[in-house]
Design a protein around this ligand. Structure first.
Ligand SMILES: Nc1nc2c(c(=O)[nH]1)N[C@H]1C(S)=C(S)[C@@H](COP(=O)(O)OP(=O)(O)OC[C@H]3O[C@@H](n4cnc5c(=O)[nH]c(N)nc54)[C@H](O)[C@@H]3O)O[C@H]1N2
Ligand SMILES: Nc1nc2c(c(=O)[nH]1)N[C@H]1C(S)=C(S)[C@@H](COP(=O)(O)OP(=O)(O)OC[C@H]3O[C@@H](n4cnc5c(=O)[nH]c(N)nc54)[C@H](O)[C@@H]3O)O[C@H]1N2
Ligand code: SF4
Ligand SMILES: [Mo]
Length: 754
């Protein structure tokens, strides 16, 4: 930390270096703060940060905007009988939540309480370290999260192929010569599962060193604009395309298993499975010509350093699991998996993906939803089934009677928000851990707020698992926290303790105990280190920093609790005052595999069981010409929760329906006019923007808007850019079958002039 020239001699400004907590890129920031006045004066990119080199985007101001937001909640809110809200003290709030949740659990059993966890938990180390424990402590199988609107097909695939659903495979952007991007728009999203500050710069650098960038997307996105090539694809058709790429690889003798031949099974079965998906057979369904598909397959297979990457557009669609799987299959078949410049595995300092660490067995179907009999898959139920599980008319006496949401806004982020909003009135009790009174939390009986990023220290935990170059980074808080506002981890721990009749201390001890067992297990890096030595080294100050210290010291770069050994500890990471460079992605297989036999079952039957559905769809999709809706992200939004920050909300209406000139003319919709968009689950009326960046037959609408519901306290969002809720159009019924992920891309819709 350094001190800059004081603007007000009474209040010297300090500069805090920390990472931006808003998106996966985790750019380095210099935040100028007036500690005494508890004000953030300025936020700028940190030129000395070797990861982001001064880059930042407008959302970085979100940290300041949310901290200062007068609408942000700072004390627990209880809903009165007349529907209004009153602030209550923390003890009364915990007591209320504990009493009500315990009573529901005792009367109706553990499944009567549902838990829904949202995305912002991923950006807070405390929330991350305690969320699993929090969810497990309720012992309820009714577990929901934003994952089933996001990357869940990848988790399901990786769990089966590698034995670890969270060992993400990431494009090695700094070293690749060919980046093929399906269904991702890193120029808007800043890259997801490829954490890269300044995505534009990273893609430009590929081209500057003579490499190529190819984008495959139903929209000519901002990323496509700076690529060498862009191809439109029909929404939901990626699995056809990828199967055809694999088919060409087999047919033309381009299989290069290399070292993977020693530990990969099922290649012949893959050859058989993809055989019907020739480029000619999939051309109509995908919208790409057979020649283009063949050329793509050859270029990919024969470029030594090539990364084939897919994101939201390949996950939240009809064949999300097959598309995610085929991306990995194509990479393994062609020698582009776990190799420099291709798709590779970060090695996080916290040791999360080290061998020897058991990952829980996650059997499918231990619980089935009452409404539709959908199985619990790897610990998750589809996010869009919350409403039907609550409704007495559907779920009867086995219905969900209480709902706990944690940093989640499913009324806007999950399918059919209207249905969820009305179903929530049937709940006996709902509690939300959240910083806003918004579309979802306004249905709660109790809202428990938490500190925000400016008041909490952080460590880039998940995002050192999704980065394209290994690093470790601690970020200090900017201010001493408000003493009467606990941190997220404290709130969820206390809530779990009260609801289940234990103490927060006992839960915390159990977490540390369990982690020590893991890191000292046979084959783990701290095998043989005495438990007492670890406990005395990490100290007894409760909370995430103690857990983090334990993880860092027992991790691959850690000091392993050995005074004579150079290595990372939390103290060292803090002292670095910036990101520590832990080197490029290095090959990690087969050592890091956690499958029972240490091999890769490439044709895992749980996944391949879905191939017949793909075959059936090929015929249906080849004859189809209806309109399909896809999503889009924009630089100034972060899902639903930055819309109350004035600097980010201002500007022209961004919640528009992009439509191609061909469709607009056919439907008589003018640029700037209102269009009515209808799907099975609902309709919205929205401003149309006619643009040839859209593939004919496809329309695009951003999600996270729809701040029009009564009962929210989002003064800026409701007046500046309310927009419409795209997820009113997302049908909760159809799913990517193996993962239970919803289809937010490729929704059949009808559009007309309104
Ligand atoms: N500015 C900003 N950044 C964000 C977020 C945000 O809301 N705003 N959200 C963050 C989060 S939570 C996430 S998960 C990431 C997501 O990161 P990305 O996946 O990069 O984000 P999207 O912009 O949704 O990109 C999805 C793309 O898929 C395309 N698409 C739709 N359907 C299909 C299809 O069937 N096939 C193919 N090939 N393409 C298709 C869409 O046109 C779109 O361009 O972004 C993160 N970063
Ligand atoms: N149609 C469509 N729908 C989508 C997507 C899409 O591409 N298209 N993308 C999906 C994806 S990838 C995601 S990740 C989900 C996101 O889905 P959600 O996580 O449900 O939605 P968010 O908008 O991120 O809302 C997060 C909530 O957390 C609160 N919050 C923010 N910061 C904090 C904090 O520090 N502490 C606490 N306690 N609360 C906080 C906010 O007030 C808000 O209520 O949306 C999904 N929905
Ligand atoms: S790109 Fe992401 S991490 Fe970087 S400044 Fe913007 S929001 Fe923050
Ligand atoms: Mo996400």
């Amino acid at each position: 930390m350094t001190t800059t020239a004081p603007r007000d001699p009474q209040h010297p400004l300090e500069v805090v270096r920390r990472s931006c907590p808003i998106c996966e890129a985790c750019c380095g920031l210099r935040v100028h703060v007036d500690r005494e006045a508890r004000r953030i004066e300025r936020i700028e990119g940190d030129p000395e940060d070797w990861r982001s080199r001064g880059y930042l985007c407008p959302k970085a101001y979100g940290m300041k905007g949310v901290y200062e937001d007068p609408d942000r909640l700072r004390r627990p809110l209880r809903k009165r009988d007349d529907g209004g809200w009153e602030e209550i003290d923390w003890e009364s709030a915990y007591e209320l939540a504990g009493t009500r949740l315990r009573a529901i659990r005792e009367a109706h059993g553990t499944p009567a309480i549902g838990l829904f966890v949202g995305e912002p938990t991923g950006h807070d180390v405390g929330a991350l370290l305690y969320t699993t424990l929090f969810m497990q402590s309720f012992q309820s199988p009714r577990l929901f999260s934003s994952a089933t609107m996001d990357q869940f097909p990848k988790n399901v695939t990786l769990k089966r192929l590698l034995g670890d659903g969270e060992m993400y495979v990431i494009p090695d952007l700094p070293r690749t010569d060919l980046f093929i991007c399906l269904g991702g728009n890193p120029l808007a999203s800043q890259g997801s599962l490829m954490g890269t500050p300044n995505a534009r710069g990273a893609l430009r650098a590929i081209r500057e060193r003579g490499g190529r960038v190819i984008v495959i997307d139903p929209r000519r996105t901002e990323t496509a604009e700076i690529a060498d090539e862009h191809h439109f694809i029909r929404p939901g058709a990626d699995a056809f395309l990828l199967a055809a790429i694999c088919q060409v690889v087999f047919e033309e003798g381009l299989v290069r298993l290399g070292r993977f031949a020693d530990f990969t099974d099922g290649v012949d079965e893959i050859r058989r499975l993809v055989a019907p998906f020739t480029p000619e057979a999939v051309a109509t369904a995908t919208g790409l010509s057979a020649d283009t598909i063949r050329r793509l397959a050859r270029e990919y297979a024969t470029t030594e350093r090539a990364a084939l990457y897919g994101r939201i557009g390949t996950c939240t669609q009809e064949f999300g699991t097959l598309a995610s799987w085929l991306l990995d299959v194509a990479a393994i078949l062609t020698g582009h998996f776990d190799e420099p410049g291709c798709m590779g595995f970060p090695r996080p300092a916290t040791g999360d993906t080290e061998p020897g660490r058991e990952t829980p067995a996650l059997p499918v179907g231990l619980f089935r939803t009452v409404g539709r009999g959908l199985p619990l898959v790897d610990g998750q139920l589809p996010a869009g089934t919350v409403a039907e599980e609550i409704e007495e008319a559907v779920a009867g006496e086995h219905r969900m009677r209480a709902l706990v949401t944690v940093a989640a806004n499913p009324v806007l982020s999950a399918p059919n928000g209207d249905r969820l909003a009305s179903a929530s009135n049937e709940l006996d009790f709902m509690v939300s851990v959240d910083i806003y009174l918004n579309e979802t939390t306004s249905h709660a009986d109790l809202i428990l707020p938490t500190r925000v990023h400016a008041e909490r220290a952080n460590y880039d935990l998940v995002y050192t698992r999704t980065c394209s170059h290994n690093y470790a980074r601690y970020s200090p808080r900017l201010f001493e926290p408000d003493a009467d506002l606990p941190d997220h981890w404290e709130v969820i721990l206390e809530l779990a303790a009260r609801a289940t009749g234990t103490t927060a201390e006992a839960l915390d001890d159990a977490l540390v105990d369990d982690l020590i067992t893991k890191v000292t297990a046979p084959g783990a890096l701290c095998e043989g280190v005495p438990r007492e030595r670890i406990l005395s080294a990490i100290g007894d100050k409760r909370g995430p920093m103690r857990v983090l210290d334990l993880m860092l010291r027992s991790g691959p770069y850690g000091d392993r609790f050995d005074a004579g050994r150079e290595g990372l500890s939390l103290a060292r990471v803090i002292a670095a005052d910036g990101p520590i460079d832990l080197g490029p992605l290095e090959p990690r297989l087969p050592g890091a595999l956690k499958t029972p036999d240490g091999r890769i079952p490439l044709a895992h039957d749980y996944i391949t069981a879905d191939v017949p559905r793909l075959r059936e769809a090929l015929e249906r999709r080849s004859g189809e010409d209806g309109l399909r809706l896809v999503g889009r992200r924009q630089v100034r939004n972060m899902n639903s929760w930055l819309h109350n920050v004035p600097v980010l909300a201002r500007g022209r209406n961004r919640c528009t329906l992009l439509i191609s000139p061909v469709d607009a003319t056919r439907l008589g919709i003018d640029h700037g006019a209102k269009a009515r968009v209808r799907s099975r689950s609902g309709e919205v009326v929205v401003e149309a923007e006619v643009s040839d960046e859209m593939m004919p037959g496809v329309v695009s609408l951003p999600h996270g808007f729809g701040h029009t519901r009564k009962g929210s306290r989002l003064g800026v969002a409701a007046t500046t850019q309310p927009g419409v809720n795209a997820n009113q159009l997302t049908d909760e019924l159809p799913l990517d079958v193996p993962s239970g992920t919803h289809i937010a891309n490729g929704i059949p819709v009808e559009v007309e002039a309104a």
